[in-house]
Structures are given as C-alpha cells and as structure tokens.
Design a protein around this ligand. Structure first.
Ligand code: 3HC
Length: 712
C-alpha cells in the first residue's frame, strides 16, 4: 500500500497493518493506505475477510494532532469520513483488532469496521474534548448506535477512556482475545466471513426514545457546565450526540462536522493542543539526552510524616515502590500514619480505589524512627519543616547513613538546593523534588536542578515522575523556583487590590470566572496564611526600602487568623470549612488602608484579572530570560498542573501570547506608571512585544540553539 500501511495474507484473510510509530496516528498517508487496502480486498475474489491491526504498542491513538495546527493556519481540511464510509460499505467484512489504545479517530475507525475484537488490556475512548474539540469522524454518530445514548454522551463529553472489558460489556467490542491478538482476530474473521456484515450506521436498536434522551441530554449539560466550567467542547459534543438521535446518519455527520470546525478554530482548542504537546515537551531536556543512564529506584525513604511527607509516601506506595517513612517520635509517626490511613479509606469510600489496593499500599509503607534501614534505599525525599538549618542537619545525617549513589532529594518549596547540598559530601546526588499539596493528588512535580546535580540523577527523577503519575518539570535553583516565585507577585497584586478598595470575595470571584480552580485569597486560607508569613519574615531583610509591600495578610496572621485551620483567615469558616465573607476583615482592611493613606476606589473584575495574571506573566518572563525555566511552555505546564490555572487558556505565557504581547506590555507599562517599580516590565517581554514576537517564538528560537541549558 505505502510504507505506513502494510498488507499481508493469512490464507483467505487479509491483514492490514497500520505502522506509523509511535502511536499509529492517522497522519497523511495512513488513511490513503487503509483506503487502498480496502479497495484491494474488494477486488480480490480470493479474500473472504480482512483484519485491521496496529503495529507496535497500540492500535490507533487518533487523528494526527499536529495536523490541526496546519488546518487552523490555512492548510487543507482533511476528513476521515469518506474512508470510514468506504470501510463500512466494504463487501468483505472488516474486523478491527485493538490493543493498546483506540482513541479519537482510532475508535472512529474501529467503529466503521463490521466487528471489533480486543486484547483485555486495551482501552477505547473519545478523548477529543481534552483537546478542546469533539469527535470529527462520525464518533458522535456511531458511538451511540453501539453503546447507547447515555454512555456515548458521557464518553464524548467527558473524554475518559474505558477498558476493553467495559467496552465488551457495552457491545462496543465483540470479543476479548487473551493471548495472540492477531491469531485470535484471524480466527474470528474466519468465523464471521460468511455472515452478512453489520453496518454500525444502520443500527437503531440503542437509540432510545425522545423522552428518555431529553433527560440524558439535560443532565449531561448540567454536569458539563458544573464540572467542565467554561469549556465549549463538552457542550458541543453533547449537541452532536443529540443530533445522532434526531437526524439521519449523514445529516448527523454534517452537524458534527460543523460543531467540530467551530471547536477546532476556537482559542480553547489551540490552548489545549498547546498543553497536550507541552506536557510531553517538558520531558525533553536539551543537555540531557534520552540515552542518559537512569538509576534504578526500587526502594525509597521519606523523612517527615507531615502533610507533605505522608502524601509523598502515598505517591510512592501507589506506584508499588516500598517506602520507609521516618519521624522523630512515636506520636508524630502515629499521627502521620493515621492521616495516610484516613486518606486511603476516603479514596476507597469514594470508589476511586479498591480496599485491596489500599491494603497493598499500606503494607509497603514501613514506619521507622531511626535511619537504620536507610543504607538500603535508592532515594530519600526529605519533607521536614521548611527551615534551612533543619534541612541541612537532615542532609548531613543522610550523607552519613545512605549508600553512595543514592539520590538525596529535598521537597523544599523555596530554599536554596545548593546550600542544602553543601551539607553533604555528594552534591551531585542532591536534587529538589517539589511536590504540590495534596501530594497524592496534584500532578505537578518541580524537579530542581542544583549546580552540581548529576545528569543521571536528573534523568532518573524525570523518568520517575512519569512512573509516579506526575508531570515532572525541570526548573533552576532560584528562590521559590518557578511556581512559587511567580505566585508571590500574583498574590501580592491580589492583596494590593484589596487594600485599594476591593475585597477577598470580589478578587477570588474574578479569577474563578477567569477559569482558575480557586481564587488567590481562598487558596491562601487553604494552604495556611502563616506559611507565607513565616517565609516573608525570614526574607524581610532582602526587601528593598521604599518599595510598596502588602500588609493586610501579615496583620491577619498577627491576629492569629491563619485561614481554614483556625476557621478564620480572609474568610470565616464553619465547622465544615465552608467560607463566608467576613465583615470584620473588610472593615479592618478599610481602616488599615485609610491609615496608610491608600486612596479607595471601585475596582473592576477586568482590572483584577489583568493585575493578577499579568503579574504572573511579567515574573514568568524574567524567569525565562534568567534561564530558570527552559521554555515558556514549561511555565504553562507548571501553572496548569500545580496552581489550578485553566488549561483551556493554555497557561499564563500562552494566554499572554493569545492576548498579544504588545497589548500585555502596554498594560504592564500602565501599571508601572501607576504603581511603581514592582511593575517594571521584564526586559524579555519588552523585547518580544516590540519585535512583534510571542513566547511561543521564543521557545522555537531557543530550541534552535540547544546549547541553551537550564541555569542551575
Ligand atoms: N497525534 C500526534 N502525535 C501523537 C498523538 C496523536 N494523536 N498521540 C500521541 N502522539 C505523540 C506524542 O506527542 C508523543 O510524541 P513525542 O514522543 O514526540 O513526545 C508520542 O506520540 C508518544 O505519546 P505519549 O508520550 O503520550 O505516550 P504514552 O504511551 O504515554 O501515551 C497515548 C500514549 C495514550 C496514546 C497518548 O499519547 C494519548 O492520549 N494521545 C492522544 C490521544 C488523543 O487525544 N486522540 C484524539 C486525537 S483527535 C482525533 O482523533 C480527532 C478525530 O475525532 C477526527
């Protein structure tokens, strides 16, 4: 056929193999190859049936996502619909043999076949909404005909894959094949060869009644508006599935195509596609090639069983890596373990994991009070209280007790990794692994490169992050690293806005409406206002005199208002930690602001968003220029996975590109004039804006110069 699609014969069954590594995406050439193979089987009288299978690790992961960018920038529009009709209309039955994944266009291809068989470990799904689009090759029309309307709506609107076993129970897969998939598929093909080939598009037995469907669609829309707040694709997917229940197949496909195009050309889709590739790009470190040897991590230890330490121990246990959990005394250890047990029990109760899995995890977490068994571990993560003296003392101990070559990692969120490493005789083995709270839930892992961290240690941590189900992003060693360094100016502006006349609720609401998971004041209350307060006190000597500093939060802390844990912070909390605005705080801030001579005014939501988000962008640009982040997209991935930034806005740097850097720069210049030095525009932002470039251009240009390595 062509080099992407191969054809072989097993007696009178033709095997059509899609071979487009790594994931057999339907890139240009693949649909053409499949189409030619279908023509060939129909012209060859000796052929009774065909099997379509994927070479390598998977069936077909979908349309080639790289092609979408070409289409939206004026390239030709490619549709799989004619190919799928050709397969469905084939006079010879076509059996789709699925292993790995049949996602997106891959599942649409499979549904155009007359039968589907699968390995039990396979997964199928329509994940397009995660890219801000909807299935565009008849998925919203064929899936309801195979699995029923309710399940199809769920799969297309939420985008979650299902297992082959579940798919078989739903009727989407005709047979599960243990062992050799191809041999099983050929046997199946021989069995059905003489029977009439069923066409999915002609099925109507699962379409449901209008009344039943109305209830399904209304509930799905409510769920989408609540759980996928602000996203357009899930609602479009529901509309498209609804079309399948009201229109003949061809017209349903037309309705789907129109909705698909609207989504594809949206800013949301462009942002989500940027995030898809970004999440994979962060794994690529220019000066650490893929072949860099990695160290085996089979046994680890965590020092400190507080909120972070306990969560980190769970992360390792969840990945089946046995973990020692060390504390200084029995009481602290018992408290830490109690919290871990409670977290597992809650997950079991909510149906997220089974009791057996929870038991297995707990079984491999070994509580200890001494360093005795540390000589056996491959890696230690220190998660003690955030203070340099204590961390250095712990690393001195670890240097003494751990074997040479073991990785010594600190979960510090702000402190200097090189100074921590200086407490050891092996700085090459020291690295930062900054987990985000709750560690067992949040996907981000900032991996902090010390000046002397070895390439093997970095490569090992990057690879380990994937095994732990995290997205590891390598960052340089500056105060607060990337995420928290940017979070400082963001929360600073939020406080300034309150001190200038806004209030916690208005600030939070504006940013939640923007799409953030939480507003900055509610986030502060959740994390504990005292955490930042203590850090600010430690670094007060570094503040430049004469530069405006926010004061309201420090004063709240002085009053013992630490946030949720004291049931008072920016908000008042009831015993279920439900917040209400606190008139006392509002009155106090007004009084403090009057004393400080800060003029009060009405502040719009648009200004709140610009001040807070552009503060992120400006600091992000500095970080990028100083070399503490490798690429702008790395910053985006950090913010989306660690700070609840809306993925459909692509991250702060992508958002700035979308707004236009010239506009962002001018707004920042306005803020500079109004609010002083803290708003001095980052030189990189100024340069890019003035030369009509974007942060994405910056990433492309730095890729072209691979000698640019991350500054340690
Ligand atoms: N198109 C182009 N490239 C793709 C791709 C796709 N559909 N799916 C994966 N890739 C690339 C990745 O970018 C990565 O490239 P890299 O090595 O250069 O970084 C490589 O394939 C391997 O991918 P992963 O690192 O993600 O490998 P995993 O084994 O961890 O995961 C996977 C494999 C589960 C298939 C995962 O890649 C995935 O979920 N892919 C996306 C699936 C998807 O969204 N499909 C729908 C596409 S849209 C569509 O089909 C529209 C249709 O309705 C018309």
């Amino acid at each position: 056929m062509n080099n992407l699609v191969k054809i072989t014969k097993d007696n009178d069954v033709v095997i059509i193999t899609i071979d487009n590594p790594p994931v057999n995406a339907l890139s240009p050439g693949v649909p053409e190859g499949i189409g030619a193979a279908i023509d060939e089987i129909n012209h060859d009288p000796t052929v009774k049936a065909a099997v379509v299978i994927g070479a390598g690790r998977t069936f077909v992961a979908g349309a080639d996502i790289k092609e979408f960018g070409k289409m939206t920038s004026g390239g030709p529009r490619r549709s799989l619909l004619p190919l799928l009709l050709k397969i469905e209309d084939s006079a010879k039955p076509v059996v789709m043999a699925i292993h790995g994944q049949a996602f997106g266009g891959g599942l649409e291809l499979a549904m155009a076949g007359h039968y589907r068989v699968a390995s039990p470990s396979a997964q199928v799904g329509q994940p397009e909404v995660k890219l801000g689009i909807i299935p565009g090759a008849g998925g919203t029309q064929r899936l309801p005909r195979l699995v029923g309307v309710a399940k199809a709506v769920e799969m297309c609107a939420e985008g979650k894959p299902i297992s082959a076993r579940d798919a078989a129970a739903l009727g989407l897969i005709d047979r599960l094949i243990d062992g050799d998939l191809l041999a099983g598929a050929v046997t199946f093909a021989c069995e059905i060869a003489a029977k009439p080939a069923p066409k999915t598009r002609e099925r109507a037995d699962k379409q449901g009644t209008a009344a039943e469907n109305a209830v399904i669609f209304s509930a799905a829309r409510d769920t989408a508006r609540k759980k996928q707040r602000g996203l357009i694709a899930p609602l479009a997917a529901i509309d498209a599935v609804e079309a399948s229940t009201k229109l003949p197949f061809d017209q349903g496909c037309e309705a789907e195509a129109k909705l698909f195009t609207e989504c594809l050309f949206s800013d949301q889709s462009k942002a989500l596609i940027h995030v898809f590739f970004g999440e994979r790009k962060v794994a690529k470190i220019p000066d650490i090639p893929k072949e860099t040897p990695v160290l085996p991590i089979n046994r680890v230890a965590v020092v400190g069983s507080g909120t972070m330490g306990g969560g980190i121990a769970m992360v390792f246990a969840n990945a089946s890596i046995p973990v020692l959990l060390k504390e200084v005394d029995e009481a602290a250890l018992e408290q830490g373990l109690g919290k871990i047990k409670k977290n597992y029990a809650t997950s079991v109760q909510r149906g997220r994991i089974t009791q057996t899995f929870a038991d297995e995890c707990l079984h491999i977490i070994t509580p200890v009070l001494s360093y005795d068994a540390f000589s056996d571990v491959d890696m230690v993560v220190e998660a003690v209280f955030e203070g340099m003296a204590l961390k250095k003392a712990v690393f001195g101990d670890l240097d003494r007790v751990c074997r040479k070559g073991a990785i010594l990692a600190s979960n510090t969120s702000t402190l200097d990794i090189d100074e921590i490493a200086s407490a050891t005789s092996r700085p090459e083995s020291v690295i930062g692994t900054h987990f985000f709270s709750p560690a067992n839930v949040m996907r981000l892992l900032e991996i902090v490169r010390g000046t002397k961290s070895s390439k093997e240690v970095i490569a090992t941590c990057m690879q380990l992050s994937k095994k732990l189900g995290k997205i590891g992003v390598l960052v340089g060693n500056c105060r607060g690293f990337v995420g928290n360094r940017m979070f400082g100016p963001y929360r600073r502006e939020a406080q300034f806005l309150i001190e200038e006349g806004s209030d916690a609720q208005s600030v939070d609401q504006a940013l939640v409406d923007f799409g953030n998971a939480m507003g900055p004041m509610a986030t502060g209350d959740l994390a504990g206002l005292d955490v930042g307060w203590r850090i600010r006190k430690e670094y007060r000597h570094l503040e430049k005199p004469g530069i405006r500093q926010p004061f309201a939060e420090d004063r709240l802390c002085e009053m013992g208002r630490y946030g949720q844990k004291t049931l008072r912070g920016w908000y008042l909390y009831d015993e279920n930690r439900r917040p209400t605005p606190d008139p006392e705080v509002i009155a106090l801030v007004r009084q403090w602001s009057a004393e400080a001579g800060i003029p009060q005014r009405q502040i719009s939501s648009a200004e709140i968003v610009d001040r807070c988000i552009y503060a992120l962008v400006n600091e992000g640009a500095r970080i990028l220029e100083e070399g503490y982040a490798l690429r702008a997209v790395d910053i985006d991935i950090i913010y989306i996975n660690g700070y609840g930034f809306p993925a459909h806005r692509g991250g702060p740097m992508w958002y700035a590109d979308t707004m236009g850097l010239q506009k962002v720069y001018e707004r920042i210049c306005d803020f500079h004039r109004q609010h002083g030095e803290l708003w001095a525009p980052a030189p990189l932002l100024k340069r890019l804006a003035q030369s009509g470039k974007t942060f994405a251009d910056f990433d492309k240009e730095s890729q072209a110069a691979p000698e640019i390595a991350l500054r340690a």
